[in-house]
Ligand binder design. Structure first.
Ligand SMILES: CC(=O)N[C@H]1[C@@H](OP(=O)(O)OP(=O)(O)OC[C@H]2O[C@@H](n3ccc(=O)[nH]c3=O)[C@H](O)[C@@H]2O)O[C@H](CO)[C@@H](O)[C@@H]1O[C@H](C)C(=O)N[C@@H](C)C(=O)N[C@@H](CCC(=O)O)C(=O)O
Ligand SMILES: Nc1ncnc2c1ncn2[C@@H]1O[C@H](COP(=O)(O)OP(=O)(O)OP(=O)(O)O)[C@@H](O)[C@H]1O
Length: 453
Protein backbone atom coordinates (compact mmCIF):
# COMPACT_ATOMS: atom_id res chain seq x y z
CA UNK A 1 0.00 0.00 0.00
CA UNK A 2 1.67 3.20 -1.12
CA UNK A 3 0.16 5.87 1.10
CA UNK A 4 2.25 8.48 2.79
CA UNK A 5 1.06 9.81 6.13
CA UNK A 6 2.53 12.66 8.11
CA UNK A 7 0.39 13.49 11.13
CA UNK A 8 1.94 16.94 11.44
CA UNK A 9 0.96 17.88 7.89
CA UNK A 10 -2.72 17.02 8.35
CA UNK A 11 -5.10 20.01 8.43
CA UNK A 12 -8.59 18.46 8.49
CA UNK A 13 -10.51 15.26 9.21
CA UNK A 14 -13.47 14.62 6.90
CA UNK A 15 -16.58 12.53 7.53
CA UNK A 16 -17.23 11.94 3.82
CA UNK A 17 -20.44 9.88 3.96
CA UNK A 18 -21.94 6.51 4.82
CA UNK A 19 -24.26 4.09 3.09
CA UNK A 20 -26.10 0.90 3.83
CA UNK A 21 -27.11 -1.82 1.40
CA UNK A 22 -30.24 -3.38 2.90
CA UNK A 23 -29.97 -6.26 0.41
CA UNK A 24 -26.61 -7.41 1.84
CA UNK A 25 -26.49 -5.82 5.31
CA UNK A 26 -23.19 -4.11 4.45
CA UNK A 27 -22.63 -0.59 5.80
CA UNK A 28 -19.73 1.52 4.50
CA UNK A 29 -18.32 4.35 6.62
CA UNK A 30 -16.10 6.75 4.65
CA UNK A 31 -13.53 9.19 6.01
CA UNK A 32 -10.40 11.03 4.84
CA UNK A 33 -7.69 13.38 6.01
CA UNK A 34 -7.56 16.46 3.74
CA UNK A 35 -7.63 15.24 0.13
CA UNK A 36 -5.90 11.97 0.99
CA UNK A 37 -7.24 8.51 0.17
CA UNK A 38 -10.68 7.47 1.41
CA UNK A 39 -10.59 5.38 4.56
CA UNK A 40 -13.50 2.94 4.32
CA UNK A 41 -14.64 0.89 7.30
CA UNK A 42 -17.24 -1.80 6.63
CA UNK A 43 -19.73 -3.31 9.05
CA UNK A 44 -21.72 -6.37 7.96
CA UNK A 45 -24.94 -7.22 9.77
CA UNK A 46 -26.06 -10.82 9.08
CA UNK A 47 -29.74 -11.52 8.33
CA UNK A 48 -30.05 -9.61 5.03
CA UNK A 49 -32.00 -8.86 2.98
CA UNK A 50 -33.68 -6.42 5.36
CA UNK A 51 -37.18 -5.29 4.37
CA UNK A 52 -37.47 -1.73 5.71
CA UNK A 53 -40.64 0.33 5.58
CA UNK A 54 -40.31 4.12 5.42
CA UNK A 55 -40.16 4.57 9.22
CA UNK A 56 -37.59 1.83 9.73
CA UNK A 57 -35.52 3.10 6.79
CA UNK A 58 -35.49 6.54 8.42
CA UNK A 59 -34.37 5.01 11.73
CA UNK A 60 -31.69 2.93 9.99
CA UNK A 61 -30.34 6.08 8.31
CA UNK A 62 -30.13 7.86 11.68
CA UNK A 63 -28.47 4.84 13.32
CA UNK A 64 -26.01 4.55 10.43
CA UNK A 65 -25.03 8.22 10.70
CA UNK A 66 -24.57 7.90 14.45
CA UNK A 67 -22.28 4.93 13.83
CA UNK A 68 -20.38 6.83 11.12
CA UNK A 69 -19.81 9.75 13.49
CA UNK A 70 -18.76 7.62 16.48
CA UNK A 71 -16.61 5.08 14.58
CA UNK A 72 -14.69 8.00 13.06
CA UNK A 73 -12.80 8.24 16.35
CA UNK A 74 -10.47 5.39 15.27
CA UNK A 75 -9.30 7.45 12.26
CA UNK A 76 -9.55 10.93 13.76
CA UNK A 77 -7.04 9.98 16.45
CA UNK A 78 -4.32 9.31 13.85
CA UNK A 79 -3.73 13.08 13.54
CA UNK A 80 -6.32 14.65 15.88
CA UNK A 81 -6.68 17.89 13.86
CA UNK A 82 -8.89 20.73 15.09
CA UNK A 83 -10.65 21.12 11.72
CA UNK A 84 -13.50 18.55 11.52
CA UNK A 85 -15.80 18.48 8.48
CA UNK A 86 -19.06 16.58 7.94
CA UNK A 87 -19.89 16.40 4.25
CA UNK A 88 -22.66 13.92 3.42
CA UNK A 89 -25.30 15.23 5.83
CA UNK A 90 -25.77 17.81 8.56
CA UNK A 91 -26.07 17.37 12.31
CA UNK A 92 -27.73 19.48 14.98
CA UNK A 93 -26.19 21.07 18.09
CA UNK A 94 -27.22 18.27 20.49
CA UNK A 95 -25.68 15.61 18.29
CA UNK A 96 -22.51 17.68 18.06
CA UNK A 97 -22.40 17.94 21.87
CA UNK A 98 -22.74 14.15 22.23
CA UNK A 99 -19.89 13.62 19.79
CA UNK A 100 -17.65 16.18 21.47
CA UNK A 101 -18.14 14.26 24.73
CA UNK A 102 -17.41 10.91 23.10
CA UNK A 103 -14.25 12.21 21.41
CA UNK A 104 -12.85 14.29 24.30
CA UNK A 105 -13.59 11.83 27.13
CA UNK A 106 -13.31 8.65 25.06
CA UNK A 107 -9.87 9.77 23.90
CA UNK A 108 -8.91 10.89 27.43
CA UNK A 109 -6.35 8.15 27.99
CA UNK A 110 -5.06 8.52 24.42
CA UNK A 111 -4.53 12.25 24.97
CA UNK A 112 -2.90 11.83 28.38
CA UNK A 113 -0.45 9.19 27.17
CA UNK A 114 0.46 11.20 24.07
CA UNK A 115 0.80 14.49 25.95
CA UNK A 116 -2.07 16.07 24.01
CA UNK A 117 -4.80 18.33 25.36
CA UNK A 118 -8.05 17.86 23.45
CA UNK A 119 -10.29 19.85 25.82
CA UNK A 120 -12.03 22.62 23.91
CA UNK A 121 -10.26 21.62 20.68
CA UNK A 122 -12.77 19.15 19.28
CA UNK A 123 -15.71 20.92 17.66
CA UNK A 124 -18.22 19.16 15.41
CA UNK A 125 -19.78 21.57 12.90
CA UNK A 126 -23.57 21.68 13.23
CA UNK A 127 -26.07 23.53 11.08
CA UNK A 128 -29.18 21.32 11.04
CA UNK A 129 -32.17 22.24 13.15
CA UNK A 130 -33.22 19.56 15.64
CA UNK A 131 -35.91 17.19 14.40
CA UNK A 132 -39.20 16.81 16.25
CA UNK A 133 -38.20 13.46 17.75
CA UNK A 134 -37.94 9.89 16.51
CA UNK A 135 -41.10 7.83 16.02
CA UNK A 136 -41.75 4.54 17.82
CA UNK A 137 -41.24 1.67 15.36
CA UNK A 138 -43.39 -0.97 17.04
CA UNK A 139 -40.28 -3.06 17.58
CA UNK A 140 -40.72 -6.63 18.82
CA UNK A 141 -39.72 -7.50 22.39
CA UNK A 142 -36.31 -9.11 22.01
CA UNK A 143 -32.83 -8.30 23.29
CA UNK A 144 -29.59 -8.18 21.31
CA UNK A 145 -27.13 -8.84 24.13
CA UNK A 146 -23.51 -7.86 23.55
CA UNK A 147 -21.05 -10.59 24.49
CA UNK A 148 -17.35 -9.88 25.03
CA UNK A 149 -16.03 -13.28 26.09
CA UNK A 150 -15.58 -12.22 29.72
CA UNK A 151 -17.59 -12.73 32.88
CA UNK A 152 -19.77 -9.60 32.71
CA UNK A 153 -21.83 -10.32 29.62
CA UNK A 154 -22.28 -13.93 30.71
CA UNK A 155 -23.86 -12.69 33.95
CA UNK A 156 -26.34 -10.58 31.94
CA UNK A 157 -27.13 -13.42 29.57
CA UNK A 158 -27.87 -15.77 32.46
CA UNK A 159 -29.99 -13.11 34.21
CA UNK A 160 -32.11 -12.54 31.08
CA UNK A 161 -32.43 -16.30 30.63
CA UNK A 162 -33.61 -16.65 34.25
CA UNK A 163 -36.21 -13.94 33.66
CA UNK A 164 -37.43 -15.53 30.44
CA UNK A 165 -36.44 -12.62 28.14
CA UNK A 166 -35.90 -13.66 24.51
CA UNK A 167 -32.35 -12.82 23.50
CA UNK A 168 -29.78 -13.12 20.72
CA UNK A 169 -26.17 -13.25 21.87
CA UNK A 170 -24.38 -10.72 19.64
CA UNK A 171 -20.77 -9.78 19.02
CA UNK A 172 -18.64 -7.79 16.67
CA UNK A 173 -15.49 -9.10 15.04
CA UNK A 174 -13.83 -12.44 14.48
CA UNK A 175 -12.78 -13.51 17.99
CA UNK A 176 -12.85 -17.29 18.33
CA UNK A 177 -12.94 -16.99 22.10
CA UNK A 178 -16.14 -14.92 21.98
CA UNK A 179 -17.67 -17.35 19.49
CA UNK A 180 -16.99 -20.30 21.78
CA UNK A 181 -18.57 -18.49 24.77
CA UNK A 182 -21.54 -17.43 22.64
CA UNK A 183 -22.10 -20.99 21.44
CA UNK A 184 -21.74 -22.27 24.99
CA UNK A 185 -24.83 -20.22 25.97
CA UNK A 186 -26.92 -22.43 23.66
CA UNK A 187 -28.86 -19.31 22.58
CA UNK A 188 -29.33 -17.80 19.08
CA UNK A 189 -26.23 -15.85 17.99
CA UNK A 190 -25.45 -12.87 15.75
CA UNK A 191 -21.83 -12.26 14.69
CA UNK A 192 -21.42 -8.85 13.08
CA UNK A 193 -18.42 -8.28 10.80
CA UNK A 194 -16.26 -5.16 11.18
CA UNK A 195 -13.31 -4.32 8.93
CA UNK A 196 -11.23 -1.31 9.86
CA UNK A 197 -9.85 0.59 6.85
CA UNK A 198 -6.49 -1.09 6.25
CA UNK A 199 -4.81 2.27 5.59
CA UNK A 200 -5.05 2.97 9.33
CA UNK A 201 -2.57 0.19 10.11
CA UNK A 202 -0.18 1.67 7.53
CA UNK A 203 -0.67 5.14 9.05
CA UNK A 204 0.18 3.63 12.44
CA UNK A 205 3.41 2.25 11.01
CA UNK A 206 4.23 5.72 9.68
CA UNK A 207 3.88 7.39 13.07
CA UNK A 208 0.19 8.24 13.40
CA UNK A 209 -0.94 9.13 16.90
CA UNK A 210 -2.22 5.91 18.43
CA UNK A 211 -3.82 4.87 21.68
CA UNK A 212 -6.99 3.77 23.39
CA UNK A 213 -10.34 4.59 21.78
CA UNK A 214 -13.88 4.32 23.21
CA UNK A 215 -14.53 0.96 21.63
CA UNK A 216 -17.69 0.32 23.66
CA UNK A 217 -19.25 3.42 22.09
CA UNK A 218 -18.50 1.99 18.64
CA UNK A 219 -19.88 -1.45 19.55
CA UNK A 220 -22.97 0.23 21.01
CA UNK A 221 -23.66 2.16 17.80
CA UNK A 222 -23.16 -1.00 15.71
CA UNK A 223 -25.67 -2.92 17.81
CA UNK A 224 -28.20 -0.08 17.66
CA UNK A 225 -28.01 -0.26 13.87
CA UNK A 226 -28.39 -4.06 14.02
CA UNK A 227 -31.42 -3.73 16.34
CA UNK A 228 -33.16 -1.41 13.87
CA UNK A 229 -32.40 -3.74 10.95
CA UNK A 230 -33.67 -6.76 12.89
CA UNK A 231 -36.67 -4.86 14.30
CA UNK A 232 -35.95 -5.61 17.99
CA UNK A 233 -36.47 -3.30 20.95
CA UNK A 234 -33.45 -3.83 23.23
CA UNK A 235 -29.67 -3.54 23.05
CA UNK A 236 -28.12 -4.81 26.25
CA UNK A 237 -24.59 -4.15 27.48
CA UNK A 238 -22.97 -5.34 30.70
CA UNK A 239 -21.17 -2.30 32.04
CA UNK A 240 -20.99 -2.24 35.81
CA UNK A 241 -21.26 0.75 38.14
CA UNK A 242 -17.50 0.74 38.78
CA UNK A 243 -16.81 1.55 35.10
CA UNK A 244 -17.84 5.17 35.75
CA UNK A 245 -14.71 5.79 37.86
CA UNK A 246 -11.35 6.48 36.29
CA UNK A 247 -7.74 6.67 37.38
CA UNK A 248 -6.76 9.72 39.45
CA UNK A 249 -3.57 11.07 37.87
CA UNK A 250 -1.58 13.54 39.96
CA UNK A 251 -1.46 16.89 38.16
CA UNK A 252 -4.00 15.81 35.53
CA UNK A 253 -7.12 14.65 37.35
CA UNK A 254 -9.39 11.78 36.42
CA UNK A 255 -8.67 9.82 33.24
CA UNK A 256 -11.12 7.00 32.61
CA UNK A 257 -9.89 4.21 30.34
CA UNK A 258 -13.41 2.81 30.22
CA UNK A 259 -15.28 6.10 29.76
CA UNK A 260 -17.64 4.67 27.14
CA UNK A 261 -18.58 1.91 29.57
CA UNK A 262 -19.55 4.56 32.14
CA UNK A 263 -22.89 6.00 33.17
CA UNK A 264 -22.29 9.42 31.59
CA UNK A 265 -21.92 7.83 28.16
CA UNK A 266 -24.85 5.47 28.63
CA UNK A 267 -27.25 8.28 29.57
CA UNK A 268 -26.20 10.58 26.74
CA UNK A 269 -26.20 7.77 24.17
CA UNK A 270 -29.62 6.32 25.01
CA UNK A 271 -31.17 9.80 25.11
CA UNK A 272 -29.82 10.38 21.61
CA UNK A 273 -31.02 6.98 20.34
CA UNK A 274 -34.55 7.49 21.65
CA UNK A 275 -34.75 11.08 20.37
CA UNK A 276 -33.16 10.56 16.94
CA UNK A 277 -33.41 6.85 16.02
CA UNK A 278 -36.45 5.12 17.55
CA UNK A 279 -38.49 6.11 20.59
CA UNK A 280 -39.10 2.46 21.55
CA UNK A 281 -35.48 1.24 21.26
CA UNK A 282 -34.00 0.60 24.71
CA UNK A 283 -30.21 0.66 25.09
CA UNK A 284 -29.13 -0.18 28.61
CA UNK A 285 -26.50 -1.77 30.70
CA UNK A 286 -28.01 -4.57 32.73
CA UNK A 287 -25.17 -4.55 35.27
CA UNK A 288 -25.12 -0.77 35.90
CA UNK A 289 -26.64 -1.22 39.39
CA UNK A 290 -23.77 -3.52 40.42
CA UNK A 291 -20.16 -3.09 41.48
CA UNK A 292 -17.47 -5.34 39.96
CA UNK A 293 -17.49 -7.40 43.15
CA UNK A 294 -21.25 -7.90 42.90
CA UNK A 295 -20.85 -9.01 39.27
CA UNK A 296 -18.11 -11.47 40.29
CA UNK A 297 -20.42 -12.86 42.96
CA UNK A 298 -23.12 -13.44 40.34
CA UNK A 299 -20.66 -15.03 37.93
CA UNK A 300 -19.44 -17.50 40.55
CA UNK A 301 -22.95 -18.97 40.84
CA UNK A 302 -22.49 -21.16 37.75
CA UNK A 303 -19.44 -23.05 36.48
CA UNK A 304 -20.93 -23.40 33.00
CA UNK A 305 -18.33 -21.06 31.44
CA UNK A 306 -15.25 -21.82 33.55
CA UNK A 307 -13.40 -23.59 30.76
CA UNK A 308 -14.36 -21.07 28.06
CA UNK A 309 -14.46 -17.46 29.23
CA UNK A 310 -11.63 -14.96 29.52
CA UNK A 311 -11.50 -11.31 30.57
CA UNK A 312 -7.85 -10.92 29.53
CA UNK A 313 -7.74 -8.30 26.75
CA UNK A 314 -4.62 -9.85 25.24
CA UNK A 315 -6.99 -12.31 23.55
CA UNK A 316 -8.69 -9.62 21.50
CA UNK A 317 -6.15 -8.09 19.10
CA UNK A 318 -7.26 -7.53 15.51
CA UNK A 319 -3.83 -8.01 14.03
CA UNK A 320 -2.33 -11.46 14.27
CA UNK A 321 -2.86 -14.21 16.77
CA UNK A 322 -1.38 -13.62 20.22
CA UNK A 323 -2.37 -16.79 22.03
CA UNK A 324 -2.16 -16.39 25.79
CA UNK A 325 -3.93 -19.58 26.81
CA UNK A 326 -6.93 -17.40 27.74
CA UNK A 327 -5.34 -15.83 30.86
CA UNK A 328 -1.90 -14.22 30.53
CA UNK A 329 -1.75 -13.96 34.33
CA UNK A 330 0.31 -10.76 34.38
CA UNK A 331 -2.01 -8.00 33.11
CA UNK A 332 -4.28 -5.81 35.27
CA UNK A 333 -7.43 -7.57 34.08
CA UNK A 334 -6.09 -11.01 35.03
CA UNK A 335 -4.97 -9.64 38.39
CA UNK A 336 -8.30 -7.98 39.08
CA UNK A 337 -10.62 -10.74 37.90
CA UNK A 338 -8.69 -13.31 39.94
CA UNK A 339 -8.96 -11.11 43.04
CA UNK A 340 -12.64 -10.24 42.47
CA UNK A 341 -13.69 -13.89 42.03
CA UNK A 342 -11.62 -15.21 44.96
CA UNK A 343 -14.05 -14.25 47.77
CA UNK A 344 -16.91 -16.00 45.98
CA UNK A 345 -15.39 -19.24 44.65
CA UNK A 346 -13.75 -22.29 46.16
CA UNK A 347 -9.99 -21.80 45.77
CA UNK A 348 -9.36 -24.99 43.72
CA UNK A 349 -11.99 -23.88 41.17
CA UNK A 350 -10.37 -20.46 40.74
CA UNK A 351 -6.83 -21.86 40.47
CA UNK A 352 -8.07 -24.34 37.90
CA UNK A 353 -9.64 -21.52 35.77
CA UNK A 354 -6.40 -19.51 35.70
CA UNK A 355 -4.00 -22.48 35.77
CA UNK A 356 -2.04 -20.91 38.65
CA UNK A 357 -2.46 -18.98 41.90
CA UNK A 358 -1.77 -15.32 41.09
CA UNK A 359 -2.10 -14.29 44.73
CA UNK A 360 0.83 -16.46 45.77
CA UNK A 361 3.27 -15.02 43.23
CA UNK A 362 5.48 -12.23 44.67
CA UNK A 363 6.27 -11.06 41.12
CA UNK A 364 2.69 -9.78 40.91
CA UNK A 365 3.09 -7.34 43.85
CA UNK A 366 3.45 -4.17 41.69
CA UNK A 367 0.37 -5.14 39.67
CA UNK A 368 -1.70 -5.65 42.78
CA UNK A 369 -0.38 -2.44 44.37
CA UNK A 370 -1.74 -0.48 41.41
CA UNK A 371 -5.15 -2.14 41.77
CA UNK A 372 -5.13 -1.26 45.48
CA UNK A 373 -4.11 2.31 44.57
CA UNK A 374 -1.17 1.85 46.94
CA UNK A 375 1.83 3.94 45.86
CA UNK A 376 0.41 3.88 42.30
CA UNK A 377 -2.73 4.84 40.38
CA UNK A 378 -5.45 2.50 39.17
CA UNK A 379 -4.27 0.92 35.90
CA UNK A 380 -5.66 2.05 32.53
CA UNK A 381 -7.79 -1.06 32.12
CA UNK A 382 -11.33 -2.23 32.81
CA UNK A 383 -10.77 -3.05 36.45
CA UNK A 384 -12.72 -2.23 39.60
CA UNK A 385 -12.22 0.74 41.89
CA UNK A 386 -9.29 0.69 44.32
CA UNK A 387 -11.66 0.25 47.26
CA UNK A 388 -13.13 -2.87 45.64
CA UNK A 389 -9.67 -4.42 45.45
CA UNK A 390 -8.95 -3.41 49.04
CA UNK A 391 -12.24 -4.89 50.25
CA UNK A 392 -11.67 -8.16 48.37
CA UNK A 393 -8.11 -8.43 49.68
CA UNK A 394 -9.27 -7.72 53.26
CA UNK A 395 -11.90 -10.46 52.93
CA UNK A 396 -9.25 -12.95 51.78
CA UNK A 397 -6.93 -11.96 54.61
CA UNK A 398 -9.52 -13.40 57.00
CA UNK A 399 -9.75 -16.73 55.21
CA UNK A 400 -7.44 -19.58 56.26
CA UNK A 401 -7.13 -20.88 52.68
CA UNK A 402 -5.91 -17.49 51.35
CA UNK A 403 -4.24 -15.58 54.17
CA UNK A 404 -0.79 -17.14 53.82
CA UNK A 405 -0.52 -16.51 50.09
CA UNK A 406 2.26 -13.99 49.38
CA UNK A 407 0.19 -11.04 48.10
CA UNK A 408 -2.58 -11.44 50.69
CA UNK A 409 -0.10 -11.79 53.56
CA UNK A 410 1.77 -8.67 52.43
CA UNK A 411 -1.52 -6.75 52.23
CA UNK A 412 -2.43 -7.79 55.79
CA UNK A 413 1.06 -6.95 57.06
CA UNK A 414 1.90 -3.68 55.26
CA UNK A 415 -1.21 -2.10 53.74
CA UNK A 416 -4.25 -2.99 55.85
CA UNK A 417 -2.92 -1.32 59.03
CA UNK A 418 -2.90 2.02 57.15
CA UNK A 419 -6.57 1.69 56.12
CA UNK A 420 -9.77 2.67 57.89
CA UNK A 421 -11.45 -0.62 58.86
CA UNK A 422 -14.92 0.84 58.19
CA UNK A 423 -14.03 1.11 54.50
CA UNK A 424 -13.25 -2.59 54.22
CA UNK A 425 -16.79 -3.87 54.57
CA UNK A 426 -17.84 -6.06 51.66
CA UNK A 427 -21.62 -5.74 52.22
CA UNK A 428 -21.81 -2.11 51.04
CA UNK A 429 -20.13 -2.97 47.76
CA UNK A 430 -22.53 -5.82 47.08
CA UNK A 431 -25.63 -3.63 47.39
CA UNK A 432 -27.79 -3.10 44.29
CA UNK A 433 -27.94 0.59 43.25
CA UNK A 434 -31.57 1.62 42.71
CA UNK A 435 -31.40 4.85 40.74
CA UNK A 436 -28.64 5.26 38.17
CA UNK A 437 -29.58 2.90 35.36
CA UNK A 438 -31.76 2.81 32.23
CA UNK A 439 -33.10 -0.73 32.57
CA UNK A 440 -36.75 -0.73 31.39
CA UNK A 441 -39.05 -0.41 34.39
CA UNK A 442 -41.00 -3.66 33.90
CA UNK A 443 -37.77 -5.65 33.67
CA UNK A 444 -36.12 -3.86 36.59
CA UNK A 445 -38.80 -4.95 39.06
CA UNK A 446 -37.94 -8.62 38.44
CA UNK A 447 -34.23 -8.14 37.81
CA UNK A 448 -33.68 -6.44 41.16
CA UNK A 449 -34.84 -9.56 43.01
CA UNK A 450 -32.68 -11.80 40.80
CA UNK A 451 -29.53 -9.70 41.31
CA UNK A 452 -30.03 -9.39 45.05
CA UNK A 453 -30.39 -13.16 45.52
C1 LIG B 1 -6.94 -5.83 21.99
C2 LIG B 1 -6.44 -4.51 22.43
O1 LIG B 1 -6.30 -4.29 23.63
N1 LIG B 1 -6.16 -3.61 21.48
C3 LIG B 1 -5.67 -2.29 21.83
C4 LIG B 1 -4.24 -2.18 21.36
O2 LIG B 1 -4.24 -2.46 19.97
P1 LIG B 1 -3.06 -3.19 19.21
O3 LIG B 1 -2.39 -2.21 18.33
O4 LIG B 1 -2.19 -3.86 20.20
O5 LIG B 1 -3.80 -4.30 18.35
P2 LIG B 1 -5.22 -4.37 17.67
O6 LIG B 1 -6.33 -4.46 18.69
O7 LIG B 1 -5.10 -5.47 16.73
O8 LIG B 1 -5.48 -3.03 16.88
C5 LIG B 1 -4.63 -2.58 15.83
C6 LIG B 1 -4.79 -1.09 15.66
O9 LIG B 1 -6.07 -0.82 15.15
C7 LIG B 1 -6.55 0.39 15.66
N2 LIG B 1 -7.92 0.18 16.19
C8 LIG B 1 -8.34 -1.06 16.55
C9 LIG B 1 -9.65 -1.22 16.92
C10 LIG B 1 -10.51 -0.15 16.94
O10 LIG B 1 -11.72 -0.25 17.27
N3 LIG B 1 -10.04 1.06 16.56
C11 LIG B 1 -8.74 1.26 16.21
O11 LIG B 1 -8.36 2.40 15.90
C12 LIG B 1 -5.57 0.88 16.70
O12 LIG B 1 -4.82 1.90 16.08
C13 LIG B 1 -4.73 -0.34 16.97
O13 LIG B 1 -3.40 -0.02 17.29
O14 LIG B 1 -3.75 -0.89 21.54
C14 LIG B 1 -4.53 0.13 20.83
C15 LIG B 1 -3.82 1.43 21.04
O15 LIG B 1 -3.71 1.70 22.39
C16 LIG B 1 -5.97 0.11 21.36
O16 LIG B 1 -6.76 1.07 20.64
C17 LIG B 1 -6.55 -1.28 21.14
O17 LIG B 1 -7.83 -1.34 21.78
C18 LIG B 1 -8.87 -1.86 20.93
C19 LIG B 1 -9.66 -0.70 20.37
C20 LIG B 1 -9.81 -2.71 21.75
O18 LIG B 1 -10.72 -3.33 21.22
N4 LIG B 1 -9.64 -2.73 23.05
C21 LIG B 1 -10.52 -3.44 23.97
C22 LIG B 1 -9.95 -4.78 24.39
C23 LIG B 1 -10.66 -2.56 25.19
O19 LIG B 1 -9.74 -1.83 25.56
N5 LIG B 1 -11.82 -2.55 25.78
C24 LIG B 1 -12.01 -1.68 26.88
C25 LIG B 1 -13.44 -1.18 26.91
C26 LIG B 1 -13.51 0.26 27.43
C27 LIG B 1 -13.92 1.30 26.43
O20 LIG B 1 -14.83 1.10 25.65
O21 LIG B 1 -13.32 2.39 26.46
C28 LIG B 1 -11.49 -2.48 28.04
O22 LIG B 1 -11.81 -3.68 28.17
O23 LIG B 1 -10.69 -1.91 28.79
N1 LIG C 1 -16.46 -7.82 20.38
C1 LIG C 1 -17.51 -7.38 21.07
N2 LIG C 1 -18.72 -7.32 20.47
C2 LIG C 1 -19.80 -6.85 21.14
N3 LIG C 1 -19.77 -6.45 22.42
C3 LIG C 1 -18.59 -6.52 23.05
C4 LIG C 1 -17.41 -6.96 22.42
N4 LIG C 1 -16.40 -6.90 23.32
C5 LIG C 1 -16.93 -6.42 24.46
N5 LIG C 1 -18.25 -6.21 24.29
C6 LIG C 1 -19.19 -5.69 25.29
O1 LIG C 1 -18.68 -4.49 25.82
C7 LIG C 1 -18.97 -4.41 27.21
C8 LIG C 1 -17.68 -4.22 27.96
O2 LIG C 1 -16.81 -5.31 27.72
P1 LIG C 1 -16.07 -6.08 28.87
O3 LIG C 1 -14.82 -6.64 28.32
O4 LIG C 1 -15.99 -5.26 30.11
O5 LIG C 1 -17.12 -7.23 29.23
P2 LIG C 1 -17.00 -8.79 29.27
O6 LIG C 1 -16.08 -9.28 28.21
O7 LIG C 1 -18.38 -9.32 29.23
O8 LIG C 1 -16.44 -9.07 30.74
P3 LIG C 1 -15.02 -8.81 31.42
O9 LIG C 1 -15.12 -7.47 32.10
O10 LIG C 1 -14.90 -9.94 32.35
O11 LIG C 1 -14.00 -8.81 30.32
C9 LIG C 1 -19.73 -5.69 27.58
O12 LIG C 1 -21.10 -5.42 27.52
C10 LIG C 1 -19.35 -6.64 26.47
O13 LIG C 1 -20.39 -7.55 26.20
Amino acid sequence: MSVVFDRNAVRSFRFIDCDLDAATGVARLRYAFDDGPELIETVTVPGAPFELDAARLGAATQALRLLHLIAGVSYYKAAAPTDIRIEGYAIDAKTAALLEDVYVHGLGEFAYRNGLDLHGKIRFPHDATATAGAPALDLRTHALVAIGGGKDSLVSIEALRALGIEQTVSWIGGSQLIRVCAERTGLPTLNIGRQIAPELFEYNRQGAWNGHIPVTAINSAILVLAAVLHGVDQVVFSNERSASYGSMIPGTGEVNHQWSKGWAFEKAFVDHVQARVAADLHYYSLLRPLSELAVARQFAKTDRYDAHFSSCNRNFHLLGERPVNRWCGICPKCHFVYLALAPFMPKPRLVSIFGRNLLDDPAQVPGYDALLEYQDHKPFECVGEGRESRVAMAALAKRPEWREDAIVARFAREIAPQLDASELDVAGLLAVEEDAHRIPHALWERLRAHLAA
